[in-house]
Write a protein that binds this ligand. Structure first.
Ligand code: GCW
Length: 724
């Protein structure tokens, strides 16, 4: 490691922004389009083993979903096993057998009893006897669950699990596992860094891209069962007949994969689209308008999922415009959706400058008084942290604080604040950190995962949303490694107790390489990657110090935006006395929104976890940390270490050349080059900027940044991607 590190430092001397890869075209290379469903042939020894127990496959049933299962097996098995293995229309021994409940022989009482507890989405995987034959069995109550089971089995095979004696079953912990696309109708993707929107509205409803099927396959393979097609900053036109016809076409394509369609709606649509003079949820004409609209939607799409609403937030209209509460607004929509089994996902991402309350506290203040006042088909969708998807935030204090209202997690998979899809940041560790965080709401062990999966408060519906990082880029996510974040999101939504590391291992084996040493190396890099980025962007609990509006790059100096709480200086509060936001009782007292003993712990710097120190406290530059370093030294060392770690990543990745498909290897190498330049940019900008206030020298051994602060401040990025 040390050697590598020195190596990296040496390398740094020669690093520059010049393109390193000009000229070496790779024709016909693996683009990454197949994601984790590659199905390249397994190593021979594994193939031989699998072929002992699977000599053909048999799928009972003829629904559209059964056809999907057949097509998938046809693509997967001959390829994985490099054999001419085929489907058989009859049950045989040594077969892969996929059964749905109504096809299961009544004499199989044990299997039927197991299925009784697995609901509509759970499945059984079992090698054993069925009707006197030894088979590899996938069994479930519904066709979609059988599809999930099929993908689970393929995952086991792709990652090398012996099938001998396999006996397992699984049900999802959360009911709604939904992607949120922040896609506009002109195909711009807000905070999207992977090309245009997948949905080609212009060619819909006639033109059905294969990509739509592959999108649905990828989602089904990890258990994602819903997709919100359009941006939460919604265009009312999505509810016009012109667009609903297109939405219907997508819903038809996705249905066999168990993927239900949802829409984001603009709260004032009755006005802007319907021509009414109000959108007041208490006006009967308004409710009648929504009722008709919803009836039309269900006429077209009988399994339509429901609405996602961003209301009274960042300029969006909402019930507050008419003096009504969030519950009043959500309930009106919930009432019209309920007869069709639709839900409302009402976002808690609200803050207003006019309110004399610190931004991190506002969602809690606004929503907790409404606890228990929502209709049963409303979920309140809460971002993981109290501010806004920063590289690191504490969990939102709403988790645990609304026992009578289903709270749904919202994670951001797209990389708005984590490097715009050129930085290698595996989010599995972020998801894990949030889900495992202890709210203490019902004593120790009351994790956020147990809040959202309903264990703690017996929620009647549960869910998790992930803001998608997908677009028309041939590899879907812009950066091949970031496919893992889509995968990890789906896996955690299915089972929040999984480990980020095991997910990374599976993804790597399925997507990049099966060489054990290479897998270890890549997984190790993935596991450290988010911490590395936190170090060079916002160490020790700093947050919201990125570029104005587009959010690209470092800009701790931003102080000119219309609202205090859009400015970087508002958040870091650096002055000659110190740095950090005092959210302790001596400051804005945001800690009081957390349960004891967390509240008390976070109230004092000595007991606040160091990674969140400056989130909760304003501390002098020479404040002494537990390890004896001054705050200033530690801060600077984080910035330097983060940038050095990226240099090391470039070396480690370079050493994997030859073990990864050439095109993917090249793409990741180039992205790492961008990341390295930008990590140093973050380091230099932040260290130079904060040094103006600390007035302290850099810790011994660190060379001063070569950059000039004024020059860095003047950088402009008028066309940075993904802007709102
Ligand atoms: O993080 C902010 C983004 C906006 C986004 C908003 C939200 C869709 O910068 O682009 O709008 O959050 O979550 O509503």
């Amino acid at each position: 490691m040390m050697r590598l590190f020195r190596h990296a430092l040496l390398l740094c001397l020669f690093c520059s922004a010049t393109p390193a890869f000009a000229g070496d075209a790779i024709i016909g290379g693996d683009t990454g389009y197949r994601l984790w469903l590659k199905y390249d042939a397994l190593p021979e020894i594994q193939r031989r083993n699998y072929l002992k127990s699977i000599k053909s496959w048999y799928v009972a049933g003829n629904s559209d979903t059964h056809k999907v299962i057949r097509t998938e097996l046809e693509a997967a098995l001959p390829s994985l096993l490099a054999s001419d293995i085929k489907e058989h229309t009859q049950l045989r021994k040594q077969q892969l057998v996929v059964l749905t409940r109504d096809q299961i022989a009544a004499s199989e009482t044990e299997l039927l009893t197991t299925l009784n507890n697995l609901g509509d989405e759970g499945y059984v995987l079992r090698q054993g006897r069925y009707q006197g034959r030894s088979v590899m069995l996938v069994a479930a109550n519904t066709p979609v669950a059988a599809l999930y089971g099929t993908y689970a089995l393929l995952r086991e095979m792709q990652t090398g699990t012996p099938l001998n004696g396999l006996a397992t079953h699984s049900t999802p912990a959360l009911q709604l596992r939904v992607l949120n696309h922040w896609d506009d109708l002109d195909r711009h993707v807000e905070r999207g860094f992977a090309g245009e929107s997948l949905w080609d509205w212009h060619k819909l409803p006639v033109y059905e891209y294969q990509r739509y099927h592959d999108y649905a396959r990828a989602n089904a393979s990890i258990g994602i069962n819903g997709t919100v097609l359009n941006n939460v900053n919604a265009d009312p036109l999505i509810l016009s007949p012109l667009y609903l016809e297109k939405v219907e076409a997508l819903a038809d394509t996705f249905r066999p994969y168990g993927l239900r369609v949802y829409l984001s709606v603009k709260f004032n649509s009755p006005q802007s689209l319907g021509g009414l003079d109000t959108a007041d949820p208490f006006d009967p004409r308004v409710e009648a308008w929504w009722k008709d609209k919803v009836a039309d939607i269900y006429q077209r799409i009988p399994d339509f999922g429901g609405f996602l609403v961003k209301a009274n937030s960042e300029g969006q209209p909402g019930p507050g415009d008419y003096g009504r509460s969030h519950a009043d607004g959500a309930n009106m929509l919930a009432r019209v959706l309920a007869p069709h089994n639709g839900v409302v996902m009402w976002r808690a991402f609200v803050y207003a400058n006019e309110k004399n309350e610190e931004r991190s506290k506002q969602a809690y203040s606004e929503f907790t008084p409404l606890d228990g006042k929502f209709e049963p088909n409303v979920l309140v969708q809460v971002k993981n942290g109290p501010i806004d998807f920063q590289p690191r935030e504490p969990f939102s204090p709403l988790f645990g604080a609304m026992p009578n209202t289903p709270l749904m997690m919202e994670f951001q998979i797209t990389m708005e604040y984590l490097g715009f899809s050129t930085h290698w940041v595996y989010l599995g560790t972020l998801f894990e950190e949030v889900l495992d965080a202890d709210t203490y709401i019902k004593g120790p062990g009351s994790t956020v995962a147990k809040v959202i999966d309903g264990q703690l408060h017996d929620y009647p519906i549960t869910g998790m949303a992930g803001v998608a990082n997908i677009g028309t880029d041939p590899n879907w996510t812009g950066h091949p490694i970031l496919q893992s974040n889509w995968f990890a999101y789906g896996r955690f939504a299915w089972d929040p107790t999984l480990s980020a590391e095991s997910i990374a291992q599976n993804w790597t084996r399925m997507s990049l390489t099966r060489e054990p040493a290479a897998v270890d190396e890549i997984v190790d890099m993935m596991m450290q990657s988010r911490e590395t980025t936190v170090s060079y962007m916002t160490p020790l609990g700093l947050h919201h110090i990125m570029g104005a509006d587009h959010h690209y790059g470092p800009a701790p100096w931003v102080d000119f935006l219309g609202r205090d709480d859009w400015n970087s200086v508002y958040y870091h509060r650096a002055d000659t006395d110190g740095i950090g936001f005092d959210r302790s009782p001596s400051g804005v007292d945001a800690v009081s929104q957390y349960a004891s003993p967390l509240r008390e712990e976070l109230s004092k710097p000595e007991t606040t976890p160091e990674p969140l120190l400056l989130w909760f406290h304003h501390l002098p530059w020479d404040y002494t940390l537990a390890d004896g370093r001054t705050l200033w030294d530690a801060l600077v060392q984080h910035y330097y270490q983060g940038a050095d770690d990226v240099a090391e990543m470039t070396q480690r990745w370079a050493a994997l050349k030859g073990q990864i498909s050439p095109l993917i290897h090249k793409q990741v190498s180039m992205s790492l080059q961008i990341q390295l330049n930008e990590a140093r940019w973050w380091r230099d900008a932040c260290v130079l900027y904060f040094q103006q206030y600390s007035g302290m020298p850099l810790p011994k051994g660190l060379a001063a940044p070569q950059a000039d602060l004024d020059t860095l401040k003047q950088k402009q990025f008028p066309h940075a991607p993904g802007q709102g």
